[in-house]
Write a protein that binds this ligand. Structure first.
Ligand SMILES: NC(=O)c1ccc[n+]([C@@H]2O[C@H](COP(=O)([O-])OP(=O)(O)OC[C@H]3O[C@@H](n4cnc5c(N)ncnc54)[C@H](O)[C@@H]3O)[C@@H](O)[C@H]2O)c1
Length: 278
């Protein structure tokens, strides 16, 4: 009997940004479910370390994953990897466009190079994954695109403006594409977590910005979400072709408040940015 999770359409997957954090957790969950996963990351050593840490790795038994060097800003490289996987497995069932970077701090501190870098990775990188995988999924009449956005893709996030902009774009892409993809038998799920315990919480900090503290205080929580718990929730959401996976429950409440009382949220965020700066 197939070990693949019931309802998840298939077993071959690419996870971009699979060498760390949420991507690595997705790899672990997919492999545990019997999928064959390409762990694709610009940091191929990190991707290989994830593969080497999987159960059965190094013992001669098949761990169900391999590492690949991939820069998602390189459209031709993304397309070539998709073709490779189709050649290896007869098709690509699951494309996780997950790689992402962040900048946190006052917006005037961002250089144009930093603006362009975040647009290239967080928007163009996702577009390249969709552009390469979606036509193939249409032709097969199956598959799922799973796009990692963020709570910053659903709600405004002062001091994270470039990040929030790119993540709103990913929500816009995924939620719009769903309506078209459904007619082709292709699923689209957008992942919108609040703070997750990964290295990104301490990256991209400009001008003394303390990312980890900002995210946790902003949500009124002491600990960020466990990436493995998030990955299980994502696979469950993909198996049900849910539009959005928003975790944890507190983040879903924030999203509801944002839609019901945007003016209140605006005032709360303005106050929070002022207190975070001081
Ligand atoms: N951790 C959080 O709190 C959180 C919350 C919401 C959304 N997210 C999103 O989740 C995704 C994964 O982030 P994470 O928290 O695991 O961060 P992370 O920094 O731990 O992992 C990101 C991975 O992406 C890779 N990467 C970066 N640029 C790349 C490129 N050009 N091509 C290929 N790989 C590249 C990095 O090498 C790294 O392995 C990101 O899109 C992030 O924005 C994270």
């Amino acid at each position: 009997m197939s070990r693949a999770r019931r309802g998840v359409p298939g077993r071959s997957a690419i996870v971009t940004g699979g060498g760390s954090g949420i991507g690595a957790a997705l790899v672990r969950a997919l492999v545990a479910d019997g999928a064959h996963v390409v762990v694709a990351d610009i940091d191929v050593d990190a991707a290989q370390a994830v593969v080497d840490s999987l159960p059965g790795a190094g013992t001669g038994s098949v761990a169900g994953a391999r590492a690949a060097r991939l820069n998602v800003t390189d459209a031709a490289a993304v397309a070539a990897l998709v073709e490779e996987v189709i050649g290896e497995h007869g098709g690509l069932d699951l494309m996780f466009a997950n790689a992402g970077i962040t900048w946190g701090g006052d917006t005037e501190l961002l250089t144009l190079e930093q603006w362009n870098a975040i647009i290239d990775v967080n928007i163009r990188g996702v577009v390249h994954c969709v552009h390469a995988a979606y036509p193939h999924m249409i032709a097969r009449g199956s598959g799922s695109l799973v796009l990692t956005s963020s709570m910053g893709g659903l709600s405004p996030a002062g001091l994270l403006t470039s990040y929030a902009m790119t993540k709103h774009a990913v929500v816009g892409l995924g939620m719009s594409l769903r309506a078209e993809a459904a007619g082709h038998g292709v699923g689209v799920t957008v992942v919108c977590p609040a703070a997750v315990d990964t290295p990104i919480l301490d990256k991209g900090e400009l001008g003394g910005f303390d990312g980890r503290r900002y995210y946790l205080d902003g949500q009124g929580v002491r600990r960020p979400l466990d990436p493995d718990a998030l990955a299980r929730s994502v696979l469950d959401g993909v198996s049900r072709n849910r539009a959005l996976v928003i975790e944890p429950a507190r983040a879903r409440a924030t999203w509801r408040l944002q839609r019901l009382a945007p003016g209140l949220m605006d005032r709360m965020l303005t106050r929070y940015v002022r207190s975070a700066r001081s």
